[in-house]
Design a protein around this ligand. Structure first.
Ligand code: NA7
Length: 518
């Protein structure tokens, strides 16, 4: 976004970030095992052919340091650092109706006046750390995956507890199990995970994509989920049981969580019977690896397969190791931290480290932590008290000249190519607005409501809606159950946003300066 504004539109633009470097998610999440589970060659920018050709990813699923180096490289390459304000937190951003500008304040005392305010706050960036009694007594060290220290930690010979087994917990457990003396997983809800099947990638393979970059990314963006794999067009119940088994087996061997959910059949996330077939397949695979009956009982999922699909590097093999224990904390909850470890309802576990992999106050978390105020004193946290609402996920009614990249309720996809597309859309909108001397662009309440209704209509057709998890806000006690995403696929999302721009921004109100309008 900054590249577009600074280098293409020639605007005076700044990024403010609380971290002391670029990278966002990949700055903060430095935990052992952290890596993308999207193919590297679509987990990157596509706007610059030379950049795409020059950067050679080493693996199918790159590790956190490699992704962070890429983002640092991009910041240097496009001369972005001169407009970064780092180690700085935005505390307040109020729309000033007298000047039609945003007045932004930071914890460092900056006062910035801006015509446009664009957020890139991340949907999974406000960490959730549930409080447990007695943490202050614990003599070991408490760590949080989403706020991991920069210095390396040697876990060899240590007793490590991990709380949480989502994408993050699965990566931590898989990475640390063979290093530590003993690892205890404090697990609430077992999940379905399939192999990642990570492998090195060759420069020739990446060059092949670079040779047809526009066509390749055009196909990727026109898909529903914006991944590299071919999405399925057939339902699981439309084929024979033998064919279903063959397709699942192939996806298992090809690897990738999203591939397993969306590349096998087109109704795993919408049809209960198809979903049950996928669950049955994965459960059989888990049973073939986890031989200890007690661990198997703890780790075997029974819910719908309708959360963010996970993939792993030998996770179930790690669980099966003799130095790994799994405790079911739904049955026997964590009562407190003690001097020496964690006490659950039925035992005390001695630990040197406790790692919280307990997820995020997702989707709206960072929006409600900043004092955003639109017209008539409207606070974002009040506007969104019952869940996020914003036309196209980009613009909330009452918040003029504000755009949220990958804001809610927006696309549910592999993010980088989708965000890049939105950044282009926002840049073109700003170019248009400025060229015409328009002072404000503001989503109407009707367009915002219609978009939310459409998001709800689609989400209710999916099984994702039947589960209590971060997508619905249910992982945070007291948070309103909400519709957070547009689940109609990115291809359809682009059509909505393109139609909006082509109709001179139907769904937005455009206002000329008062003097001109009069
Ligand atoms: P997730 O997927 O929200 O997982 C958080 C995990 O932490 C999950 O297993 C939770 O269990 C568990 N949790 C949360 N609170 C508690 C308490 N109080 N006690 C025990 N266990 C708890 O977060 P991730 O970071 O793994 O992944 C989030 C996204 O980041 C992911 O989709 C990727 O896109 C990147 P629960 O399932 O709620 O029972």
């Amino acid at each position: 976004m900054l590249h577009k504004l600074q280098n293409e539109l020639g605007l005076d633009a700044r990024i403010i970030d609380k971290a002391d470097g670029v990278g966002g998610t990949w700055y903060w999440n430095r935990y052992p095992g952290a890596r993308s589970d999207t193919e590297s060659w679509v987990y990157c920018y596509s706007f610059d052919k030379k950049l795409y050709r020059d950067w050679k990813w080493s693996e199918r699923y790159p590790r956190q340091p490699e992704i962070l180096s890429y983002l640092e490289h991009v910041a240097d390459r496009f001369d972005l650092r001169k407009n970064l304000i780092l180690s700085t937190t935005v505390t307040k951003a109020h729309f000033n109706e007298a000047t039609n500008r945003w007045d932004v304040e930071t914890d460092k005392g900056d006062r910035i006046s801006a015509k446009f305010l664009i957020t890139g706050l991340g949907l999974l960036s406000a960490p959730n750390k549930p409080p447990f009694p007695g943490e202050e007594k614990f003599k070991g060290r408490i760590l949080q995956t989403a706020n991991w220290p920069k210095e390396p930690i040697d876990f060899r010979g240590k007793r490590v507890g991990v709380i949480g087994n989502g994408s993050t917990g699965v990566q931590v457990v898989s990475e640390l199990a063979s290093q530590v003396e003993h690892l205890t997983l404090f697990q609430r809800t077992p999940q379905y995970s399939v192999p990642a099947q990570n492998h090195p990638v060759t420069p020739e393979f990446l060059d092949g994509i670079a040779d047809n970059l526009d066509a390749y990314f055009d196909r990727v963006r026109k898909s529903a989920t914006v991944f590299a794999f071919q999405e399925a067009s057939v339902g699981a119940m439309e084929v024979s049981a033998e064919e279903r088994e063959r397709v699942f087996e192939k996806a298992w061997n090809d690897g990738g969580g999203f591939n397993f959910m969306f590349g096998t059949f087109n109704d795993i996330a919408t049809n209960r019977e198809s979903n049950a077939a996928a669950c049955d397949f994965i459960r059989r695979k888990i049973k073939a690896v986890v031989t200890d009956p007690e661990k198997l009982e703890a780790i075997l999922p029974t819910d719908l397969y309708a959360r963010r699909p996970l993939c792993d590097n030998q996770y179930y093999e790690a669980i099966n190791r003799p130095n790994v224990s799994v405790l079911n904390v739904r049955k026997s909850p964590i009562v407190e931290f003690t001097e020496n470890g964690i006490r659950t309802a039925d035992r005390e576990v001695e630990l040197d480290y406790v790692i919280f992999a307990t997820g995020f106050d997702a989707v709206t978390g960072n929006f409600v932590r900043i004092d955003f105020q639109g017209r008539n004193g409207l606070k974002m946290k009040d506007h969104w008290a019952n869940g996020p609402r914003a036309f196209l996920g980009l613009s909330a009614a009452g918040f003029p000249n504000m755009f949220s990249l990958y804001g809610p309720p927006g696309p549910f996809t592999n993010q980088p190519p989708a965000i890049e597309w939105q950044a282009n859309w926002v840049a073109e909108t700003i170019r248009n607005i400025n060229a015409r001397g328009i002072e404000t662009i503001e989503a109407t309440a009707e367009a915002e409501q219609a978009w939310l209704d459409e998001c709800r209509r689609i989400e209710e057709m999916t099984l994702f809606h039947k589960i209590d998890w971060w997508v619905s806000g249910a992982n945070i006690p007291g948070k309103a159950k909400a519709v957070s995403f547009y689940m109609g696929g990115f291809g359809e999302y682009m059509k909505h946003a393109e139609a909006c721009a082509a109709s001179d921004y139907k769904g937005y109100k455009l206002a000329l300066p008062k003097a001109v309008a009069a």
